[in-house]
Write a protein that binds this ligand. Structure first.
Ligand code: FE2
Length: 191
């Protein structure tokens, strides 16, 4: 069975004005869709055909891994955003952030630093590792999903995520993600 593009959890214009419908049309409709299409081409008539996306991400290398992990990472990213999101964390994750980083401000500084300093394309993540929250960054398609750490939230810092709306201003995109878009409900569900 072919890998499918999962539905977006909101309408394509629901994150505007922060992330425009045009960005979603390209980022979800073209980039994410292309990773799905490419993965299906690569696994057709191979031992990966019929495996779940998660199994493929955890067991593959090279082009198959790159496309499979990008499919998985992007789905996780769409759920890390929500309309009217952002701001202070809520629920259990608020306490976990306090316990792990000392304060929301300390968490925020470390998250912004990781997302800003990921050189070139990649991702910054909030993960749970050995009972504590941590921030990690990964290049290209790499993902903490293949490690012992459990992904809690992510931000895509490939240029295609922000270039239409923010041009080269990655720091402004990261602030907007934290202030207007981050989905703490999703973080709590993953915790
Ligand atoms: Fe992306």
């Amino acid at each position: 069975m072919a890998i499918e593009l999962p539905p977006l959890p909101y309408a394509q214009d629901a994150l505007a004005p922060h992330i425009s419908k045009e960005t979603i049309e390209f980022h979800y409709g073209k980039h994410h869709q292309t990773y799905v299409n490419k993965l299906n081409e690569l696994i057709a008539n191979t031992s990966n055909a019929g495996k779940s996306l998660e199994e493929i991400v955890k067991s593959s290398q090279g082009p198959v891994f790159n496309n499979a992990a990008q499919v998985w990472n992007h789905t996780f990213y769409w759920h890390s955003l929500k309309p009217k999101g952002g701001g202070q964390p809520t629920g259990a994750v608020a306490q976990a952030i306090k316990d792990s980083f000392g304060s929301y401000e300390a968490f925020r500084k470390e998250f912004v630093d990781a997302a800003t300093t990921q050189f070139g394309s990649g991702w910054a993540w909030l993960v749970k590792d050995a009972g504590k929250l941590k921030i990690v960054k990964t290049p290209n398609a790499e993902t903490p999903f293949t490690t012992a750490a459990k992904p809690i939230l992510t931000i895509d810092v490939w240029e295609h995520a922000y270039y239409i709306d923010f041009r080269n201003a990655r720091p402004k995109y990261i602030d907007t993600y934290l202030d207007q878009l981050v989905n703490w409900d999703f973080a709590n569900a993953n915790l």
